[in-house]
Ligand binder design. Structure first.
Ligand code: FES
Length: 119
């Protein structure tokens, strides 16, 4: 009798960008897109944090999200509620990266001259 081995499927962690600026790699450590954005200091308004009020409504410029709680707030086809969803693909959101802790804004590495290391 032949037994089949389990098929392992690896899925790349989605990259979340704000107006095209890569901001975070969603590795699943945060339960929602909203919390992942907040950790990166992205300014996003929220109230109920459960998909009811619509306060966190955000336009999705490209990509898909997956809801873990069915949203109750009315949404257009190109909008999402980050409080109750996670990225299901790379995402580009209509949110400002201003003030956010993005990789592009990280301090450049310190470069020492060869002479400074000798002295
Ligand atoms: S904070 Fe209320 S729907 Fe997201």
């Amino acid at each position: 009798m032949k037994t089949s081995s389990p098929t392992l499927i690896f899925k790349k962690a989605p990259i979340v960008s704000l107006h095209g600026e890569p901001t975070l790699l969603f590795n699943g450590q945060q339960p929602s897109l909203l919390e992942a954005l907040e950790i990166k200091k992205v300014r996003i308004f929220s109230e109920c944090r459960s998909g009811f009020c619509g306060a966190c409504k955000t336009k999705v410029l490209s990509g898909k999200v997956r809801y873990f709680t069915e949203p109750l707030a009315a949404l257009e086809a190109d909008e999402c509620l980050p409080c109750c969803c996670v990225p299901d693909s790379d995402l580009n959101l209509d949110l400002s990266a201003k003030g956010a802790d993005t990789p592009a804004r990280a301090a450049p590495p310190t470069v020492f001259s060869k002479q400074a290391l000798v002295d």
